[in-house]
Design a protein around this ligand. Structure first.
Ligand SMILES: NC(=O)c1ccc[n+]([C@@H]2O[C@H](COP(=O)([O-])OP(=O)(O)OC[C@H]3O[C@@H](n4cnc5c(N)ncnc54)[C@H](OP(=O)(O)O)[C@@H]3O)[C@@H](O)[C@H]2O)c1
Length: 346
């Protein structure tokens, strides 16, 4: 592939939810741009401006052969590190191998790229972890811990990027990407959808949640458009941005529960304190209810967020995106559409 002095982006995670849409936008935005993607499995991209490099985030130098690694160092002008293992339940060392190891290798590559102008690291607002906090659009020191190993490994990855002031690096943190803003179509089911899919069966009479706590959700198309705009038009090294709806625009758990159960015959679970829920979980275990036990285990990795007031600041980012013609995220409308989609797909 001939890079001929133009924009050449190295993109990890290009086969994933965010990465595959981002790849399309990057190609459309600049007809002269070439993109090299890292993929651990064979994949055919029908575009002669895309080179697929087989490799693995957890391997030294991504497992690339030396010729490919050196070619990247000579020609890459931008790196978007979007790849990650997003599973919440992995042992910490497995999460770290991909998410921290992958970030370390992306940094190593960036350091050696003679033409590099931009390094974008895609992160998550859940570097905020398990505490009731306000997450600024700035470096954040988590002293309270995490609800799962994904959050912890993404936090550690962010810290590696922040420790590289000489790199032209920016960090963009996403909140929960739940579906398409127009159709509610869900391409990838995550913890939020798992909860939604449980609703018609109402397997739990109670749920640990603070009714006023808010869960921040954004649309896939909004998240991808925001990343593309920041990368192509408003890139600034050293910036950290929270790509999220923000506290004021997010639905409370009580509102989400109402929307989720609206029109269903099943009864919404009562929202109770984590302490009361723990007693219930213990008695379910004591009764040897394997189905409930498995469900509780699965939920334990995300559901604690429903009991914590977390606020992700995004004022300056929304202002900047507005100036680029982007609408603010409409979480209420998005959530309603996604709920309907999940019901129809059930
Ligand atoms: N989606 C969300 O709600 C959300 C929220 C906050 C932050 N984020 C962040 O956004 C980024 C993209 O997430 P996503 O939702 O698009 O996740 P995704 O759909 O699971 O995609 C993850 C991507 O990473 C690749 N990957 C995983 N392990 C790899 C490995 N060992 N070697 C090489 N590639 C590997 C996957 O490749 P395969 O196709 O081979 O699996 C895939 O391309 C991640 O950094 C994530 O932390 C996402």
């Amino acid at each position: 592939m001939n890079h001929s002095g133009g924009s050449h982006v190295f993109l990890t995670g290009a086969t994933g939810l965010i990465g595959r849409h981002l790849l399309r936008r990057l190609l459309d935005a600049d007809p002269a741009r070439t993109v090299s993607i890292l993929s651990r499995r064979p994949c055919a991209i029908p575009c002669d401006r895309v080179a697929v490099l087989r490799g693995d985030l957890a391997q030294p130098r991504f497992g690339l052969n030396p010729a490919d690694w050196d070619a990247l160092r000579r020609s890459v002008t931008g790196i978007i590190h979007c790849g990650a293992d997003v599973r919440f339940g992995l042992p910490l060392e497995e999460s770290r191998a991909v998410n921290v190891g992958g970030a370390a290798t992306a940094i190593e590559l960036a350091r050696g790229c003679s033409r590099l102008r931009q390094f974008a690291h895609i992160s998550t607002v859940y570097v905020a972890g398990s505490a009731a906090v306000e997450l600024p659009e700035a470096p954040y020191d988590n002293v309270h811990g995490f609800f799962n190993t994904y959050e912890q490994s993404k936090y550690e990855a962010e810290k590696l990027v922040q420790a590289e002031p000489a790199l032209p690096a920016a960090i963009w943190r996403l909140s929960n990407v739940v579906g398409d803003s127009r159709t509610g179509h869900v391409e990838q089911y995550n913890h939020v959808h798992q909860l939604l899919r449980l609703a018609p069966h109402a397997p739990l009479p109670i749920l640990p949640a603070t009714p006023e706590a808010r869960i921040d959700v954004i649309a896939t198309d909004w998240a991808v458009a925001a990343i593309a705009i920041l990368f192509d038009r408003r890139f600034r090294a050293g910036e950290i941005r929270n790509l999220c709806a923000g506290y004021e625009r997010s639905l409370s758990v009580a509102e989400m529960t109402r929307v989720t159960f609206d029109g269903l015959t099943s009864r919404a679970p009562k929202l109770v304190s984590p302490e009361r829920f723990r007693l219930f979980a213990k008695s379910a275990e004591a009764l040897g209810n394997a189905r409930i036990r498995a469900l509780l285990e699965q939920l334990s990795l995300f559901v604690p967020h429903l009991s914590v007031r977390q606020e992700f600041r995004n004022d300056s980012t929304l202002e900047l995106l507005r100036s680029e013609g982007m609408p603010d995220p409409d979480s209420a409308d998005l959530f309603r559409r996604v709920v309907l989609h999940c019901r129809q797909a059930a």
